[in-house]
Design a protein around this ligand. Structure first.
Ligand SMILES: Cc1ncc(COP(=O)(O)O)c(C=O)c1O
Length: 500
């Protein structure tokens, strides 16, 4: 193997630890380097740079798993080199994925295997891919029905809340389906089932409900939606189904709220997605889509591939991918069992309550998440006249915490909030510490002078988070670059905020 020319092999410094001793040039960014790099150096250069990333366990923005047991880490490493799609070559991996589908379908109360309605499903890269597949199945099924009836089939739509995750917008745009969104309002941040059913028409391929809104973790009322839609279907003769986006709630509700009816117990629920990499407790890269029955997945969407060996029915968007995540999911399902998942989810819920209580004690925040839902704590400042949620978020970074600030969807956009996702690896001690640090940040921010209105636009008007605000800091537009913002005279920012 050719060695990098930055040192000679006889150089004693070859044995020193830090890559900076060998590599003095700029890192390769635009063009592959001419020469090879010794593996130790390549490793060190990259790991040094990665040190500047945040710490995943302190990343409270993400639902995605950041810790797994070392035994599972080992299984993951052991199977890194297996391509999941080579099902004939790796039949055990395929068998493990089938077992995962069975267990998750059972968890979601899918009709029993022996009945005609046996559920079917597949592993995906995450909920986004799962949602693309579910949406495609609804679209194709609706189109087939409309064709058979001799009716137009060129204007399909999906009804959702405006609080849907971006993957639904992607689905709508990529697969040419109109997204009919139920507006959220101040103090009601999820889809109202009554309004959703009003939006349903003969072109609606499904209504998508969310079990665990990305914004505040709140569960949408799938039972009410089901009942109202049953009634509408009866009146109109339509057959509009429901999809449940249970990306995060799918591994919460069965353990914490077993009585809550949101899944295949409801007859109109035809498919459900869940992210294995969120509360399924696996690292990023796995999701699941389950259909109530084979009937709900049109046969013409399934590809039968046989050039790698035996016949392989597949319904995925990509072809090759790693096997590790599937294996890790199976590990978690058997390792935790129902008991383990329930304990972990209860613990997450309890820690969310500790955090919520701590925040309430400060009397400075309004809590926007619900006690029943995904264990997230979403909160906004009661008084935003002095500073805003974006500044609290920015200041928390100094303590290592990554707590995102963002605004609610259209029609409630003026409501900004901070959100903490409580995962398995977020302990009670960390919850208490976070409250302590937030209190500290508030005290610091309180000392900032009150914002003053400046007549001039310009760089000194940029908020610490890159947004702008008006004189009262009532409206805040989160934008990254000042050049993106059309500054008006009335826009202002507390000057100190920038240097804080
Ligand atoms: C409700 C909801 N749906 C879908 C997704 C997309 O999930 P994934 O990241 O698994 O693709 C998310 C991600 O946060 C989500 O919260």
């Amino acid at each position: 193997m050719g060695l990098s020319k930055t040192f000679s092999a006889s150089d004693v410094s070859v044995h020193s630890t830090f890559a900076s001793r060998y590599i003095r040039d700029k890192p390769a960014k635009y063009k592959m380097p001419e020469n090879s790099t010794p593996k130790e150096v390549a490793y060190q250069v990259i790991s040094d740079e990665l040190m500047l990333d945040g710490k995943p366990r302190l990343n409270l923005a993400s639902f995605v798993t950041t810790w797994m047991e070392p035994e599972c880490d080992k299984l993951i490493m052991d199977s890194m080199n297996k391509n999941y799609v080579d099902m004939d070559e790796y039949p055990v991996t395929t068998e493990l994925q089938n077992r995962c589908v069975n267990m998750i379908a059972d968890l979601f109360n899918a009709p029993h295997k022996e009945s005609d309605e046996a559920a079917t499903g597949t592993g995906t890269v995450g909920s986004s891919e799962a949602i693309m597949l579910a949406g495609l199945a609804f679209k194709r099924k609706w189109q087939n029905k409309r064709k058979a009836e001799g009716k137009p089939y060129d204007r399909p739509n999906i009804v959702t809340g405006a609080n849907v995750q971006v993957c639904w917008e992607k689905f709508a745009r990529y697969f040419e389906v109109e997204l009919k969104e139920v507006k959220v309002t101040e103090d009601y941040y999820v889809m109202d089932p009554v309004k959703a059913v009003e939006l349903v028409d003969e072109n609606t391929i499904c209504v998508a409900a969310i079990l665990g809104s990305t914004y505040n973790g709140e569960f949408e009322d799938v039972k009410l939606l089901n009942d109202l839609l049953l009634e509408k279907n009866k009146q109109t003769g339509w057959d509009t189904p429901i999809h449940v986006d249970a990306a995060s709630g799918g591994f919460i509700a069965p353990f914490l709220y077993p009585e809550l009816e949101w899944d295949f117990r409801l007859p109109l629920v035809k498919s459900i997605n869940v992210s294995g990499h969120k509360y399924g407790l696996v690292y990023a890269g796995v999701g699941w889509i389950i259909w109530r029955s084979k009937e709900d997945l049109p046969e013409d969407l399934i590809f039968h591939i046989n050039y790698l060996g035996a016949d392989q029915p597949t319904f995925t968007l990509n072809f090759s991918k790693g096997s590790s995540q599937i294996i890790a999911q199976y590990y978690q399902l058997i390792r935790q069992g129902f008991e383990g998942y329930r304990n972990i989810m209860e613990n997450c819920h309890n820690n969310a309550m500790v955090l919520k209580a701590g925040l309430e004690k400060t009397e400075r925040f309004k809590i926007l998440s619900k006690d029943i839902g995904v264990p997230v704590v979403a909160f906004s400042l009661k008084d935003r006249s002095h500073y805003d949620e974006y500044m609290v978020s920015e200041h928390l970074r100094r303590f290592g915490w990554i707590v995102p600030a963002y605004s609610m969807p259209e029609d409630a956009k003026h409501v900004a909030l901070l959100r903490v996702v409580i995962r398995e690896d977020f302990s009670r001690t960390l919850a208490e510490r976070l409250v302590f640090d937030i209190t500290h940040v508030l005290k610091e921010l309180d000392k900032l002078p009150l914002p003053s209105v400046s007549p001039n636009g310009g760089d000194d008007h940029v908020c610490i988070n890159g947004g702008i605000c008006n004189g009262n800091m009532k409206t805040l537009v989160a934008k990254k670059k000042i050049s993106d913002i059309d500054l008006k005279e009335e826009d202002c920012i507390p000057k100190l905020a920038k240097s804080a």
